[in-house]
Design a binder for this molecule. Structure first.
Ligand SMILES: Nc1nc2c(ncn2[C@@H]2O[C@H](COP(=O)(O)OP(=O)(O)OP(=O)(O)O)[C@@H](O)[C@H]2O)c(=O)[nH]1
Ligand SMILES: [Mg+2]
Ligand SMILES: [Zn+2]
Length: 312
């Protein structure tokens, strides 16, 4: 006799997956491998995937992931599927935030209909800069939190947000560079997780890639639970190498620039020139309606996308 169960992949290590199967409030975890065809190409399984599991009681090792169910979205960084909310975590200091990387991530999230939420960590190390960053990102229209896991700053607000939004099957992840304090923050919010955290390299002020694998945790219980993942840090978001989206998709992925992008002198304005007379976006930035760093990121990504594949 064989039967089929629906489950969600919450963890995967060396080809062995942990899946979460729910029947109402009755939740079980099943460890299993995947059918051969699900290990290659586009079908390669990701944490967050919803799958069918075939349980064949008559054969040994008869529990296997047999089918990948349709995805809402899939990201390369972090490598996850079906995300609803992406918490973009970066520190005020140590390591210094790379704002262009943050802005690439907000754009990729928006393009995939994932809500970006900004979390600034280590405000204890540079409160003034953390405030400045808060201004940039809340001003751009993102839910933004300033935190310190060491001084318990902003934790109650962030926890309330997570409890309110990451529930009822919603999937979210903490993502950002290595060493910004993602795992430390998750531990501060949910001490029962007891995640491993690591030191920062003193010489180069970078993290040491302590978290090695994506893992989803449950927030809340039973059918009202939400899913929250800790993910390994990354530093580069390379638009040249990966096809995150096309140049036409860039403007709609910047919610703070899009509303200002009509009213330029030329209809095909790419909003990359400095002329305030010609470009309504340049004008808006000059009036302080768009943060300089956000517009710089926009322009830099535009150039990369525009030049891509040009000589192929
Ligand atoms: N000053 C200060 N240091 C912090 C804070 N939060 C974390 N740290 C330190 O930052 C370092 C890295 O923390 P982790 O939580 O391991 O960072 P991570 O983002 O999970 O890093 P990866 O797993 O490598 O991606 C550790 O030495 C932490 O003690 C904070 O609020 N303030
Ligand atoms: Mg970590
Ligand atoms: Zn323009």
């Amino acid at each position: 006799m064989s039967k089929e169960l629906k489950g969600k992949i919450v963890k995967g290590l060396g080809g062995l997956y942990e899946t979460r199967c729910a029947d109402g409030d009755d939740v079980t975890r099943i460890a299993c491998r995947a059918k051969g065809t699900l290990k290659r190409g586009d079908e390669k399984l990701l944490i967050g995937d919803n799958v069918l599991i075939t349980v064949d009681e008559d054969t040994p090792d008869g529990v296997v992931i047999s089918e990948l169910l349709p995805r809402k979205n899939a990201l390369i960084r972090p490598p996850m599927a079906n995300l609803d909310i992406l918490f973009l975590v970066f520190s005020a200091k140590k390591p210094c935030p790379q704002l262009e990387t943050v802005d690439k991530l907000t754009a990729i999230a928006e393009h995939n209909s994932i809500e970006p939420v900004i979390v600034i960590t280590k405000t204890d190390l540079d409160a003034a800069y953390a405030e400045e960053l808060y201004g940039v990102y809340s001003g751009a229209g993102f839910a933004t939190f300033v935190t310190s896991s060491f001084d318990s700053i902003g934790l109650a607000e962030l926890k309330a947000f997570v409890r309110e939004r990451v529930r009822g099957g919603v999937t979210a992840a903490f993502a950002g560079a290595s060493g910004v304090g993602k795992s430390t923050l998750l531990n501060a919010l949910f001490p029962e997780l007891a995640l491993a955290t690591g030191e920062i390299s003193r010489k180069i002020e970078r993290g040491k890639h302590t978290t090695r694998h994506v893992e989803i945790f449950e927030v809340g219980e039973g059918s009202s639970a939400g899913f929250l993942a800790d993910t390994p840090g990354f530093s580069l978001i390379d638009f040249e190498r990966f096809d995150f989206f096309e140049v036409e998709d860039l403007l709609p992925s910047f919610r703070d620039i899009l509303p200002h992008a009509s009213g330029c002198r030329y209809q095909d304005c790419a909003h990359v020139g400095e002329s305030k007379e010609e470009c309504a976006v340049a004008r808006a930035a000059d009036e302080g309606l768009i943060a300089t760093s956000r517009l710089e990121s926009y322009r830099s990504i535009y150039r990369v996308l525009k030049n891509k594949n040009k000589y192929e």
